[in-house]
Design a protein around this ligand. Structure first.
Ligand code: PEP
Length: 248
């Protein structure tokens, strides 16, 4: 049975997409449809320059917002980086940390990801810690091992910190490829993550699934007992599709 004490959460990751006009239309679509999906928490994680726009168009709607990365540093000579306190200035509720596109394209290590999570928490922002194995690791049967390794420094933050964050399991081979882990495959990894969270005293943390989630496959994933929602890339760029995932 799904644990109803964990409210479902669906977060859109816009990645590096959008412009002022496109965002305005997309957010108008979300505002128009949000009343139909009150059973789940809905959020969007957007490129830094649009945080002001997103805040002004979503404030008071019930849809929350956040960013896609954060500096592990509080402030200082870190050209190009954005501090957690700056995200808090824009009332961000969420920030993605350790997305596979940052781990692979920017050399982010497991410990750096945990530092970023800690920086976000210190500013009162909930990190969405992304973990997941590559295709090669998947084919070698190493998914559980990889996820455990990625999670270890995050679990070391302790139960109080863990209670405020969200984990997103995103098999790298399923991101943006149209391939989705089967609900059973995803559940196996989610259950493994749940066990680790329980051992760390934080069994109620929400665990999202990400990787080519769409309106047509969301329901079959969401019936799994340890899948508490979704992190959605491509399908979050169309309001009706994104809302149909939330409605599932
Ligand atoms: C993502 O970018 O986090 C993601 C899951 O992308 P997509 O839904 O496009 O696979």
């Amino acid at each position: 049975m799904v644990d109803s004490s964990r409210k479902r959460l669906v977060i859109g990751n816009w990645k590096m997409h959008g412009d002022a006009a496109f965002n305005s239309e997309l957010l108008a679509g979300l505002r128009a449809g949000i009343a139909g999906v009150q059973q789940c928490d809905l959020a969007v994680c957007v490129p830094f320059p649009y945080l002001y726009q997103v805040r002004s168009l979503l404030e008071g709607t019930g849809v929350s917002w956040g960013a896609q990365d954060v500096s592990p540093h509080e402030k200082g000579a870190y050209t190009g980086e954005v501090a957690a306190a700056m995200l808090a200035d824009f009332a961000c509720s969420w920030v993605l940390v350790g997305h596979s596109e940052r781990r692979s394209g920017h050399g982010e290590t497991d410990s750096l990801v945990a530092e970023k999570a800690a920086a976000a928490l210190a500013a009162g922002i909930a990190p969405v810690v992304c973990v997941g194995e590559t295709l090669q690791e998947h084919e070698a049967g190493q998914a559980l091992e990889v996820v455990s390794r990625q999670l270890a420094p995050v679990l070391a933050l302790g139960a109080e910190a863990l209670a405020k964050l969200v984990i997103a399991y995103e098999p790298v081979w399923a991101i943006g490829t149209g391939l989705t882990a089967t609900p059973e495959q995803a559940q196996e990894v989610h259950a493994h993550i749940r066990q680790q969270l329980e051992a760390a005293g934080a069994g109620q943390v929400r665990i999202l699934y990400g990787g080519s989630v769409k309106g047509s496959n969301a329901a079959s994933l969401f019936v799994m007992p340890d899948i508490d929602g979704a992190l959605v890339g491509g399908a979050s760029l169309a309001a009706t599709e994104f809302l149909s995932i939330a409605a599932a």
